[in-house]
Design a protein around this ligand. Structure first.
Ligand SMILES: [Zn+2]
Length: 227
């Protein structure tokens, strides 16, 4: 008697407490996700410094390199360099946002102003590629920049690829280094006299910097990959 009644009591309990059980399940699920994220983050090195000469000296707690531990899959550090966004013929207007060289003459507008970018001259329709992995955070048009694609390349580096046409990506898209973002055009209204070119801006911590070290492949990130 008792044993046959038990299941029906149990199922009635479940039916009457669906909301409570769902809530408990949700709490457990969220806890599991938070735990998983926390554990994953702990395993990810947050070392921004690409040059590590003596990791053991820098971190007193790190007495044993992971290579010696057979349970930890061995990792190796590699440098991944930024790459040129276009196969450019020449640099038109250079980056001119510094104390020594503040202004540049813009022939089209017949005025002097800072040019916080570089203009990489190429052929109309040439591919404009992502210099590094990232996330597209804006695609749009302004009178000064023409059509543009803005990519967050991580570590507070944001690049805007402007004076382009036929944008190939949408806001929110994830891009890999070398992915085609758009094509070289003449859409920046105040720079059309320069001919087809990519107007490239790079912000680091929200401040404009000379993009050429990125274009020339002098900037890199050190990442860890499986050995
Ligand atoms: Zn420009």
């Amino acid at each position: 008697m008792n044993t046959t009644k038990q299941p029906s009591k149990f199922s009635r309990f479940i039916r009457n407490n669906v909301a409570l059980l769902l809530l408990i399940f949700c709490v457990l699920a969220i806890t599991a996700v938070v735990l998983a994220v926390t554990l994953t983050r702990d395993n990810t090195p947050i070392d921004d410094n690409p040059v590590v000469n003596n990791p053991n000296d820098d971190e007193p707690g790190n007495t044993k390199p992971s290579e010696d531990d057979p349970t930890v899959p061995s990792k190796k550090k590699i440098n991944v360099y930024f790459s040129a966004p276009v196969a450019y013929d020449s640099v038109g207007m250079e980056f001119t946002f510094g104390p020594s060289n503040l202004f540049v003459f813009k022939s089209t507008l017949n005025e002097w102003s800072a040019h916080k970018a570089v203009d990489l001259a190429g052929n109309e329709g040439d591919e404009v590629k992502a210099m590094y992995d990232g996330t597209v955070i804006d695609v749009g048009y302004t009178f000064l920049k023409g059509y543009y694609v803005t990519v967050d390349h991580g570590e507070n580096v944001i690049a805007t690829y402007a004076s382009v046409k036929d944008t190939q990506v949408t806001k929110g898209a994830t891009v890999k280094q070398g992915d085609v973002l758009a094509y070289i055009g003449t859409t920046a209204e105040n720079e059309y006299r320069e001919g087809p070119h990519l107007h490239l801006e790079v912000l680091v911590d929200n401040k404009a910097v000379d993009p050429m070290p990125y274009v020339n492949g002098e900037v890199f990130r050190t990442i860890e990959v499986d050995a």
